[in-house]
Ligand binder design. Sequence first.
Ligand code: HEC
Length: 159
Amino acid sequence: MSTLRPLVILLLFAGFAFAQQNPPARPTPKLEAIAETKLLMQGLAQANFKGLERLLENRPQENQAWIFARGQALLIGETANLLMLRPPQKQGQEAWFERSIGLRNQAISLAQLIANKDYDRSKASLVALANSCNRCHQQFRVNVQIAPFADLEPGRRTE
Ligand code: HEC
């Protein structure tokens, strides 16, 4: 080991000198859409929406469930941010941004109500969230209707 030490030091200095001569190009952060919108819908919007539906079907008893639900609402809010990177190419961009902002705002207020453990208003807010999903689907002629608490088995329905 001790015979290697001078070599290591030399290499460190060489690296330092190299870095001095070639300062790394400063990367410009630029957001880019990578996944298809459909994948975001399935993996983020729908997955977290379903999770919220399950967690809010009945008043959560565990603190952990509230924390988890808040996280899912915030992830839907972040999904709205990602949607803003994917406006339609030709027309309807303004409407797309409006619908995305609508989704984000709705997700933020849901997360806030969940953080306050306000069960009744959280549930109502999840219904309002579904409306903002549907508003975009209708506007862009996506034949997908998000119906909160609808596809739970009848015996388990709370309404
Ligand atoms: C800003 C517009 C917009 C919002 C808001 C939006 N969606 Fe979508 N959604 C789309 C578009 C566009 C598609 C069609 C994607 C495709 O097939 O390429 C889609 C498709 C879907 C699909 C079908 C995916 C499949 O398997 O084909 C589901 C499920 C879905 N959305 C769920 C949701 C949920 C849940 C929310 C709200 C939490 C939501 N969406 C909010 C635009 C939106």
